[in-house]
Design a protein around this ligand. Sequence first.
Ligand code: MN
Length: 226
Amino acid sequence: MLSRANKIFSAVPGRTLAAVFVSTRAKHVLPALAYDYGALEPHISAEIMELHHSKHHATYVNNLNVAEEKYAEAQERGDFTAALALQPVLKFNGGGHINHTIFWNNLSPDGGGEPQGELMEAIKRDFGSFDQMKEKLNAASVGVQGSGWGWLGYCKNRQGLQVVTCANQDPLEATTGLVPLFGIDVWEHAYYLQYKNVRPDYVKSIYNVANWDDVSERYLQAIGKA
Ligand code: MN
């Protein structure tokens, strides 16, 4: 992409590389799921999965692309105020895109069970046991007021795991510096059609489809071992 931007740059004298690079940036795309919409049943219904992926996540992606285009235009014409005004929109839709992309991979029809290897050792070290980690993550996720996410994250400074929550679609790493490992979407759109108002039951059932292989990979990458 850099070479493409450079080529356009050299062909358009008088424009800055940054402006051209931004305006030729590839659009974000809705990632395909690695499994069918119905594959996580009975724990998450096909109806929820289809709406959640093809409508909610798709909307974040579309709105992110529109906002990025407007942001690049504002920068190009030197309109700092307009660029600043777009930042909450970028954070919301960019966060929505990042969060859901992680979420789909955190889940699997072959999921469940317990984490293995170094991730499990770290969970025991930092929480006492897998059950204690789950208790902490569940309490935090259930306690999110309004819409948001519960996260198991990795703090590179402390070199340890941490349970935290984010409001709305605030992306974990950009907001807290923690590397996201396992996220629980507690927006009502993630569970209401099936679990109604009983968020604790949805949060508990997530573990039946939790993809600990994916979470382990993220952990090993975060500690520099993958
Ligand atoms: Mn969601």
